[in-house]
Design a protein around this ligand. Structure first.
Ligand SMILES: [Zn+2]
Length: 371
């Protein structure tokens, strides 16, 4: 029901205050109903129209007939109402102006649309996801760990004792200012994803099957086949009675899933501090099919041998289990295998790219070829 100005019989302070409050509240409520310029005009006319606006009526019905002794207070009250109504109308006008401007902007259909380029997975990340997917389908879960590691997790617990010559092969980037700390607590950029093997075995009791993807760092100047930052995927399976036969079967299946069912696998003896025995896994070259030739030309990726080295692997060294023995990894009762591969190199081979640096320069013209 629309507000009408009542006649006043009681001119006490309380009555004037109540009547004034009701009038202002009605005006505030009606302001929220303004939806168009036309609404705004009738709202203004209804409240401050000279001839019969609410404010004129308040003047006529409250101020003019007020008894002499209440005149002053009634006058003050009417002035308050006038100011309040002027404010409300002012706000309604501003709001109307803002809304009408915004509407003009949003319905201008003559402007051309903004075409946003569709993103795609980076070839290295795509390769990484493919490898993870193969192992996930074999029941492996994904584990991750910190890139800034302690000497203990990166070396010592993986059977690289202090001063062991195998540490020299890793060209480690150390964090500065650590000399005051004991060696095992000093921080470095992890040189492989293997520390996560120890971290996971500290948290989870056997049996475990995990793959560990991530970035690693070494002090290698960037060139066509080296980068100070690169990606690895590591795998670890520990249970009772795991044998080298399980390692061979698992990796043979994984290579066929990744490179096609016709590839053959081949293991050659190798050395890693944290596995014993250790091996390098070769697959028949998926570029020349193992022939070593591409037409009349020699096949460069496999150096004409017909074989490509894809990863390092081996049975977990019992010395590594000693570091997590208290969590159920007694080397007398459990055994396991581990493997690790460089994702970037596999992506280079897979996509026929001849320079590793292209992957990390962020050149969209290069990257969009893989979209
Ligand atoms: Zn080849």
């Amino acid at each position: 029901m629309a507000y009408t100005v009542p006649t006043l019989t009681d001119y006490s302070t309380a009555a004037l205050e109540k009547a004034g409050g009701e009038c202002i509240a009605a005006c505030t409520a009606e302001a929220t109903e303004v939806r168009s310029d036309l609404d705004l005009k009738s709202f203004r006319d209804r409240w401050i129209g000279r001839k019969n606006g609410v404010l004129t009526q308040v003047n006529d019905l409250w101020l003019k007939p007020a008894p002499k002794e209440a005149k002053r207070e009634a006058g003050m009250r009417v002035n308050e109402i006038r100011t309040a109504i002027a404010d409300i109308i002012d706000k309604a006008e501003h709001l109307r102006l803002e809304l009408s401007t915004a509407a003009i902007e949003s319905v201008d259909i003559s402007l051309p649309g903004i075409r946003r380029p569709i993103g795609a997975e980076h070839p290295v990340i795509k390769t990484m996801h493919e490898i993870i997917g193969v192992f996930q389908r074999l029941g492996y879960s994904v584990a991750e760990g910190p890139v800034v590691e302690t000497d203990y997790y990166n070396f010592e617990a993986l059977n690289f004792p202090p001063n062991h010559p195998a540490r020299d092969t890793q060209d480690t980037l150390f964090i500065a200012g650590q000399q005051a700390k004991p060696q095992r607590e000093r921080l470095l950029l992890r040189t492989h994803t293997s520390p996560v093997q120890i971290r996971t075995m500290e948290k989870m009791r056997p049996p475990i099957r995990i793959v560990i993807p991530g970035t690693v760092h070494r002090n290698d100047p960037p060139d066509a086949s080296h980068s100070p930052m690169f990606h690895q995927i590591e795998g670890l399976a520990v249970d009772k009675n795991i044998t080298f036969g399980d390692l061979k079967g698992t990796l043979d299946h994984a290579m066929k899933a990744l490179f096609g069912s016709s590839v053959k696998t081949h293991f050659r003896p190798s050395f890693f501090p944290f596995t014993e025995p250790s091996a390098e896994l070769y697959v028949t070259c998926f570029i020349c099919g193992g022939s070593g030739k591409r037409g009349a030309d020699p096949c460069r990726p496999c150096k004409q041998t017909g074989w490509i080295e894809v990863l390092g692997c081996g049975m977990v060294d019992p010395n590594v289990f000693e570091f997590v023995k208290d969590n159920g990894y007694d080397p007398k009762t459990v055994s396991g295998f581990a493997f690790g591969m460089g994702v970037d190199r596999l992506a280079l081979l897979k996509y026929g790219v001849d320079d590793l640096q292209y992957f990390f320069q962020g050149d969209v013209r290069f990257l969009e070829q893989f979209g």
